[in-house]
Write a protein of this length. Structure first.
Length: 434
């Protein structure tokens, strides 16, 4: 009897023919891809944006959670509503009031971090081929979400004051002239990830006026708004208009990311759609986490805790800027953030941050190459440096190691005539383009 030979699978992925089209553009996060290197103890990681939560009152939080379980365990460990628990939505309204936002708990939908909130918004609005406008550079997680829904990302130029309103107008007009639907403008106005740039108050008004004129929704992503280092919180764009702006917030930076609690503030009609989207995604956001954070807000001086965070990050920011001043070679420039977690560094002409990464690793320092923050391949001369997690001493040492790696590469390239040293610089905003 002839026994047929067992079929040998020759493709790397045997399921490639049955995946949805939207998976074709998916790729690993540039930050996550660095974890294996950045987590090595000998490496100074200036790569990740992980908040430093060591100053939280962990004993108080632990006792409060224990008391919650004893008193209300069957409730807080069960299912909840897709919109989120009412008590925490009321408390979130108080949090947002620090940035001038007046809102009703009914206009909020709780999400699993603001990342899921962005996913719900994108799912609700974007069809394949639609245009999403995003400031340049932009948050890598947002770009991944837009790609997963097959959106076309069109970048809008920034300068030292944030998004340029005329560039926003031009991008919108050009997209529509090409027959495209522009669904929304995505921005992180407070200490943009990755550049650290703060959108000025005047620009916020100009941008909002342009959005109303063009009838384009603004999606305002604001994880860092309460973490200004040099000034009090700025008025949110949402505080200036309740109908033109969808606002994303999170407790990941002002409390702890592990609880995965964020929120979306939106007009009532949009809220109804988001609730339906949330039901299909998770049934309900994590109830236990909502109650834990709600108890923290009710029993702890969370505003003073945020002030402690601001002081801690100020020390770290200053250490990074001092280190860059001391160690960067001629031709390198960088932003001077007034809050948040990040500095955006521009290498001298002729350098590529992706290619430099291996040399930096050999000098035991890690960063995120700038191309991760663009959907169109730009950013090769840029890198994101994070000062939120390492100690000030480690941050300063990291800049020394990075300076050595860049200088070594510069000397090698100069020797072979590949790059010419330039005069030193100190501040250079993201590339201005429309």
């Amino acid at each position: 009897m002839n026994i047929p030979e067992k079929r040998v699978e020759t493709r790397i992925d045997p399921y490639v023919d049955v995946y949805a089209d939207r998976t074709k553009g998916l790729k690993a996060s540039a930050v996550r891809a660095l974890f294996a290197v950045a987590n090595r103890p000998e490496i100074v990681s200036l790569a990740g944006g992980m908040p430093n939560i060591t100053d939280l009152p962990l004993d108080v939080i632990g006792n409060a959670i224990g008391d919650l379980i004893k008193a209300r365990g069957p409730q807080i460990m069960n299912y909840g509503g897709a919109q989120g628990e009412e008590r925490i939505r009321e408390q979130i309204c108080e949090v947002m009031s620090l940035e001038g936002i007046e809102a009703s708990p009914d206009d909020l939908v709780i999400s699993c971090g603001s990342q899921q909130g962005l996913d719900l918004v994108t799912r609700t609005f974007v069809d394949p081929g639609d245009v999403v406008l995003a400031e340049a550079p932009s948050y890598v997680g947002a770009l991944g979400t837009f790609t997963s829904y097959q959106a076309q990302v069109v970048h809008v130029a920034m300068d030292e004051d944030g998004i340029i309103p005329e560039a926003f107008r031009a991008a919108t007009v050009a997209a529509r002239a090409a027959g495209k639907q522009v669904k929304f403008l995505y921005t992180i106005p407070n200490f943009n990830n990755p550049s650290g740039i703060l959108l000025s108050v005047e620009r916020r008004r100009e941008l909002l006026a342009a959005a109303k004129e063009l009838d384009v929704i603004i999606v305002e992503d604001n994880p860092y708004g309460l973490l200004g280092i040099d000034q009090p919180p700025q008025p949110a764009i949402r505080s200036m208009d309740a109908d033109q702006v969808i606002y994303l917030g999170s407790f990941s930076k002002t409390f702890a990311p592990g609880f995965r609690v964020g929120w979306v503030l939106a007009p009532p009609a949009v809220v109804k759609k988001l609730i339906l989207a949330q039901e299909s995604a998770t049934l309900c956001p994590p109830v236990f986490s909502q109650f834990a954070i709600s108890e923290y807000l009710a029993t702890w001086d969370w505003k003073s805790q945020i002030e402690d965070f601001r002081s801690m990050y100020r020390e770290r920011r200053d250490s990074m800027l001092r280190g860059l001043d001391d160690h960067m070679p001629p031709g390198a420039t960088w932003t001077h953030p007034k809050g948040g977690f990040f500095v955006w560094l521009t290498l001298p002409e002729g350098f590529d941050s992706d290619q430099l990464s291996a040399r930096a690793t050999s000098h035991r320092v890690a960063y995120v190459p700038g191309t991760a923050f663009y959907a169109d391949g730009l950013g090769s001369r840029n890198m994101r440096l994070s000062y939120c997690f390492p100690t000030p001493e480690r941050i300063y040492e990291g800049t020394r190691r990075l300076g050595e790696a860049i200088t070594e590469e510069m000397e090698l390239r100069t020797t072979f005539g590949l790059v010419t040293p330039h005069s030193p610089g100190r501040v250079q905003p993201p590339e201005v383009r429309s």
